[in-house]
Design a binder for this molecule. Structure first.
Ligand code: ARG
Length: 569
């Protein structure tokens, strides 16, 4: 649509002598019966000293012929433009096919860095369902920015430092069972943690011993660090199993512990930064504009650092390494205050770049906790999604000779991931198994089906010949043109997803393509003359070119979201 928005802007700018930059942002998509693009003329009234309806009328009369549009008309105070279907079909379809994998990519972000801090679970506990949102929103934002040419650093800021790990290490040293740990991995650690907490109550001196253990870890004592390392390694191994299933790859696991050694240096720097002061032996930052707000503590009297200290060290380190344009923290809304303080503390310390840090928070998921209110493990959710998908596909799979195991995993993951990302990032949503895998709903399954169907049509057509240039003038049916228009909107959706940090823009756009594709299919079922695999070779070639463009668009949209893209279902 980019091209058409630009063309309309130019037309209006020439007739009114207004500045293009004042016109372009006003362009909207109107109700379908009104056209494809629309400009409200209210904002021009003052400058042109006429009423908006008059302006719209004058512009419409003044605009000459233009190959992009079949009409540009006034409707009251609005100017509505209709794109020439021949033009859009004949430009967009070949363009997408020529771009292939590079469809929706650009270089607007060239040479600039985006840091994405996402997933970031605490170690020694399995990933919970509540980690899904951060993990998948972060993953999508990474792919989306990469598509726009940004350099991205995706980092998992593990919660891997603190008293808890002294406690766990002490418990393991006292009553741990290495064989059980090796066999059961993280679920053993979870039990150990429960046991450790009981010991704090029941075993005298245990609590002090756990504290001492953490102090030894902080001091770098070999035996104490080895225990911590073991707990950390086992946790990461376990996390990676799930990340692998989700197709999520981190550039680095740089958790809180990463900032334990460099901490002294940073603290020194912080100590001399403006805004910080020592208060009864503790290092604090006064919050700017924080009427009555307690200062942020960065080092306690006993020398211990805190979560906020390590985040400050990490923020400074990331700035020094990447000079980022954006530094995104994809973290639940419960930590709003933490990130607010973090930014303000950094700004008090003279780090102007703290403005480029954004807490990308997100809504809650309802309907996904156990009856006892305990954590639901992400692995269990992914398994259930896979099993449900398998159940639904069992029959067709047998008929169609597809790999049921592989596909049901892809469909399960796609359902869960899309079911999350389709929601506005900041809204809450309710988890609903039935709806999530509904092939006719606003779901990952629907989009995956559409894509698999495109692939299967192209397979049946025997591939598409590259030498035979399709005569795209043959694509004149409203469903064909409608489908092309949804494809033309995908790149704009990707750009706005990056601007607004809102992956749901892509989810919506890719679903719109799938929906238009389904309508095209239905039209072909109802009217045989619209069949893609027509007996007329020219028709078949042109339609297959459209199917190919559709396949490319669906695949790209799903890939950006982290939804798997099976080619047969
Ligand atoms: N580990 C934290 C938690 O589980 C989240 C860390 C988020 N990232 C950050 N830079 N603070 O709550």
């Amino acid at each position: 649509m980019h091209r058409y928005e630009k063309a309309l802007t130019r037309l209006v700018a020439t007739t009114t002598h207004l500045n293009s930059d004042d016109i372009r942002p006003l362009i909207r998509v109107p109700e379908p019966d009104k056209g494809d693009l629309s400009i409200p003329c209210f904002p021009f009234a003052k400058r042109l000293k006429k009423n908006p309806a008059q302006i719209a009328g004058d512009i419409a009369n003044g605009i000459g012929e233009d190959p992009h549009f079949i009409s540009v008309e006034a409707a009251g105070p609005y100017l509505n433009a209709r794109i020439d279907p021949k033009h859009i079909v004949q430009t967009i379809v070949p363009e997408i096919r020529a771009l292939g994998d590079r469809f929706c990519t650009s270089d607007v972000g060239q040479d600039r860095y985006v840091v994405v801090d996402y997933s970031s679970p605490n170690i020694a506990k399995p990933l919970g369902f509540h980690h899904l949102r951060s993990t998948m929103i972060g993953n999508a934002l990474i792919h989306i920015h990469q598509a726009l040419g940004y350099r991205v650093f995706g980092v998992n800021f593990l919660g891997d430092w603190g008293k808890t790990f002294g406690l766990l290490a002490e418990a393991f040293a006292r009553f741990g069972d290495r064989t059980a740990l090796d066999q059961q991995g993280i679920s053993y650690l979870l039990e150990l943690y429960i046991q450790a907490n009981k010991a704090v109550e029941a075993v005298s001196g245990f609590d002090d011993a756990a504290r001492a253990m953490f102090r030894r870890q902080e001091a770098g004592d070999k035996a104490a660090i080895d225990l911590w390392q073991l707990i950390r390694d086992i946790s990461i191994d376990e996390f990676q199993k799930i990340y692998r299933r989700l197709g999520v790859v981190f550039d680095a696991f740089e958790g809180e512990s990463h900032y334990r050694d460099g901490m002294a240096g940073v603290i020194e720097k912080i100590e001399h930064a403006p805004g910080t002061r020592v208060d009864q032996g503790a290092l604090v930052v006064d919050m700017p504009y924080g009427e009555g707000e307690a200062p942020l503590m960065l080092r306690k009297q006993d020398g211990a650092t805190l979560y906020a200290t390590r985040d400050i060290a990490a923020a400074i380190d990331r700035w020094q390494r990447f000079a980022f344009e954006k530094s995104l923290y994809v973290v639940g809304v419960e930590q709003r205050r933490h990130f607010d303080q973090l930014k303000r503390a950094l700004s008090a310390m003279g780090c102007e770049w703290s403005d480029q840090m954004t807490h990308v928070h997100f809504g809650r998921v309802h309907g996904m906790s156990t009856r006892k209110g305990t954590v639901v493990f992400l692995e269990d959710v992914l398994n259930e999604a896979r099993d449900r998908a398998r159940e639904k596909m069992k029959q067709t799979a047998a008929e169609r000779d597809i790999d049921l195991d592989a596909i049901s995993e892809q469909v399960g993951i796609g359902g869960v991931v899309f079911g999350d990302l389709k929601n506005l990032r900041t809204s809450d949503y309710t988890f609903d198994w039935e709806e999530m895998l509904n092939p006719k709903g606003f779901t990952g399954t629907c989009v995956q089906y559409a894509h698999a169907r495109c692939c299967s049509v192209l397979r049946k057509a025997g591939g598409i010949s590259e030498t035979n240039t399709p005569d795209l003038a043959l694509l004149t049916h409203p469903e064909e043109i409608g489908l092309v228009k949804t494809l033309a909107r995908l790149p704009g959706a990707v750009a706005s997803a990056a601007r607004e940090l809102e992956p749901s823009r892509v989810a919506r756009a890719v679903y719109d393509i799938a929906h238009a594709w389904n309508r095209y299919q239905q039209a072909g079922n109802a009217d045989r003359s619209l069949r893609i695999l027509s007996n007329d070779p020219a028709e078949k070639t042109a339609r297959c070119a459209l199917v190919d463009a559709t396949r490319i668009g669906l695949k790209k949209g799903m890939a950006l979201l982290g939804v798997p893209q099976p080619e047969a279902m």
